[in-house]
Design a protein around this ligand. Structure first.
Ligand SMILES: NC(=O)c1ccc[n+]([C@@H]2O[C@H](COP(=O)([O-])OP(=O)(O)OC[C@H]3O[C@@H](n4cnc5c(N)ncnc54)[C@H](O)[C@@H]3O)[C@@H](O)[C@H]2O)c1
Length: 471
């Protein structure tokens, strides 16, 4: 592994949260950012990770941030030129972002989180609690603070690297279709390229096959990353970037009625919404359409407007097949009206096999569909960095690359993943992503569902016949 230092940093770095992503990210930061470890401080809400922090000689404090104490807690720790890395759950990203903008502190997180309890606060309309609503709050700060320290919300793997894979994927398709292609330089040019290619849908297509021993127990939620994070986003209404070509509005779909209008939400938890998608090793699969920031920001970024009217936008959403034990955990809580089990576990050292295949599936262009992303096995992840599984390392690579970009461009203001230079980001992240795969497929979500209809059934095929449901 090339241990090249990408950037020298002389400020202080404060982590908020040190769970699976934090613990996976620290070794990468120490390896690639030239800074003394004495200038790093970790603030969390529990003891998970104390041992790992001690192993690196990094200071560790258990003092959860809340609305009524965060300013007091952060005040003595951060000033202009420092860096706040938010890898927690239940801490408001918007509050920390505004705090940083006022003081000239750089900031990065991997999703836009609200304060504890807001996701389920029935006094707020679902739209305001959605990722769309949370993103609009952050975007509004762009207007209030047009200049300032670099703030990068949502830069893990997805959201995060997925935005860069979409761009790299589009460039590859354009090159394969038309030969040489001019790399777009800004939002307008990227959106025009997507329109010219005719991309109709973009899935963030992920299949995690990691398996552990001991496996999930009864009444336990098991996953390969935050159980808190997964369950809270999974119980949120499903959300998707809404393409201009769509002809049928979902019966339980809602528009937000404010903001960029790139997305809609469904009045159903994402963990209950199944969508079909495709990754190279898995082939077709059924995933969950769980709300994620990239579904909204990519759809917004690739919107082409004429005279203020959107004339082109792809449909964009997550299609997540988590590890099999997380699917079972989800099935268990669905039966209990989404009440979390009394026990939970993040699989790490007990994983004995599996791969996280995560990428962008770009559909509807002249070559039909193209998947571009990372295929990272547990064995590769363990060789590349300590304290990681395949899932956390993909996220940590996104965090590291975003942090380096911020330190190289310290006064860029609020920048979403889509606004960053995908080539610089992927140069930094790629060494941690296992195989970088780009693969075409003739699969579409419509291709192999016709057999559900009587007239499409080949009655000489007993397997098909046995499974038929007459439409
Ligand atoms: N963009 C992506 O690709 C991606 C992928 C995975 C996770 N994530 C996000 O990253 C974040 C961290 O994920 P994880 O798997 O490390 O989670 P985790 O559950 O393993 O850890 C969460 C951490 O937050 C800390 N915490 C909780 N409440 C806190 C508070 N009030 N103040 C300070 N710290 C607090 C906990 O002590 C813990 O250290 C989550 O928000 C998750 O949704 C993003």
């Amino acid at each position: 592994m090339d241990e090249k230092k990408h950037v020298k940093f002389s400020g202080r770095l404060v982590f908020i949260g040190f769970g699976s992503v934090g613990q996976g990210t620290l070794p990468l930061i120490l390896r690639h950012i030239d800074m003394p470890r004495e200038r790093i401080l970790i603030i969390t809400a529990d003891e998970r990770g104390r041992k790992e922090a001690a192993e690196y000689g990094v200071q560790y404090v258990v003092k959860p941030l809340r609305l009524d104490n965060y300013v007091k807690q952060l005040e003595p720790l951060l000033s202009q030129g420092d860096f706040l890395l938010n890898l927690s759950v239940d801490v408001s990203s918007a509050a920390l972002i505004e705090y940083c903008l006022r003081r000239g502190v750089m900031y990065l997180d991997t999703c836009i989180e609200p304060w504890h309890g807001m996701y389920t606060d029935g006094s707020l309309p679902p739209s305001r609690r959605s990722n769309y609503g949370l993103r609009e709050v952050v975007l509004a700060m762009r207007k209030k603070y047009p200049k300032g320290a670099t703030i990068i919300p949502t830069h893990g793997a997805n959201p995060g690297l997925i935005s860069h894979w979409v761009k790299r994927g589009m460039v590859n398709i354009a090159q394969d279709t038309w030969g040489d292609v001019k790399i777009p330089k800004n939002k307008k040019e990227w959106a025009r390229l997507a329109m010219k290619l005719g991309i109709k849908a973009i899935h963030c297509a992920e299949r995690d096959t990691q398996v552990a021993d001991p496996r999930k127990e009864r009444f336990e939620f098991a996953n390969t990353w935050s159980v808190d994070g997964f369950v809270s986003e999974g119980r949120q209404p499903s959300e998707l970037g809404w393409g201009t070509h769509e002809k049928h509005f979902p019966v339980d779909g809602h528009r937000h009625g404010y903001g960029c209008d790139s997305a809609i939400y469904l009045a159903r938890p994402g963990m209950s919404v199944r969508v079909r998608s495709w990754t190279p090793s898995e082939g077709p699969y059924q995933g969950f359409m769980i709300t994620h920031g990239e579904a909204i920001s990519i759809a917004d970024y690739l919107t082409v407007r004429e005279k203020g009217k959107a004339i082109y936008r792809p449909t964009c959403h997550y299609a997540y097949h988590p590890c099999d034990d997380a699917v079972l955990s989800n099935h268990e809580i669905a039966g209990k009206n989404w009440t979390l089990q009394p026990k939970w576990r993040i699989f790490m050292d007990e994983i004995f096999d599996g791969v996280d295949e995560l990428g962008a599936l770009l559909m509807g262009h002249p070559r039909n569909a193209y998947w571009f992303g990372s295929r990272l096995s547990i064995e590769q992840a363990r060789k590349l960095a300590p304290h990681n599984n395949a899932t956390s390392l993909q996220v940590a690579a996104g965090v590291l690359s975003g942090m380096v970009w911020a330190m190289e461009n310290p006064e860029a203001g609020i920048m979403e993943p889509d606004d960053l230079d995908y080539r610089r980001i992927l140069d930094i992240a790629d060494p941690y992503l296992g195989e970088i795969v780009g693969e075409y497929t003739d699969w579409t979500p419509l291709k192999d569902r016709g057999w559900l209809f009587e007239e499409d059934v080949d009655r000489s095929d007993p397997w098909q016949f046995k499974n038929i449901r007459v439409a």
